[in-house]
Design a protein around this ligand. Sequence first.
Ligand SMILES: [Zn+2]
Length: 223
Amino acid sequence: MDKNNSFKEKMLKLIYPNRCPFCDKVIPNQEYACNKCKALLPQYSVTVYANGGYPCAAPLRYTGCFADAVKRFKFNHHTGYSPNLAVLTVGAVLERFSAEEIAALDCVACVPMHPVDQRKRRYNQAELLAKDCAALMELPYEALLEKHKRNQVQHTLARSERPQNVRGVYRCVNKEAVRGKRVLLIDDIITTGATLGECARMLKKAGCKSVSCAVVCTVGEAL
Ligand SMILES: [Zn+2]
């Protein structure tokens, strides 16, 4: 079985070679970016806050080639970027949260998409990223939330309208898996923090002990 998996993996890597998320050039399998783009990476990651005060680690700002990487990952089926972006996301978690906080984490979850939207896109980039972060951190990935109502796309709304637009659209689907747990919640970007904040609120409502967040890019200002 393992042998088959590794054969399959090798074949997939021949068909879909590893690419630098920031310039899309082919890079060796063990690398997460090309040397040219690595030199552009910020020296430090930042902590921003989701609504409700949940801390969110972010390695990158949503600008230039970093924003382009997230756009290709999200809208252009560049799903192969996920493990590479996860390296940076986990790096930010390790930098921004204490060793005690990280050691106490129980699982990794993601901001879900509405099933209709996910069928259209064919994947949820936040889910791919969360699974790759979980694998790197040797934590279980858990599908804890679902989006049961379709709302307007957040970035089409004014900042002040966003908390109301996400309120009540997510719910916890596995209360047993949530109760008493410390969850690392993953999304691709944080803008106003309304979406991550609402997801965190639903996890807390379902009885989880703590929620910390991590994303690839922050659009807002770091605190
Ligand atoms: Zn590059």
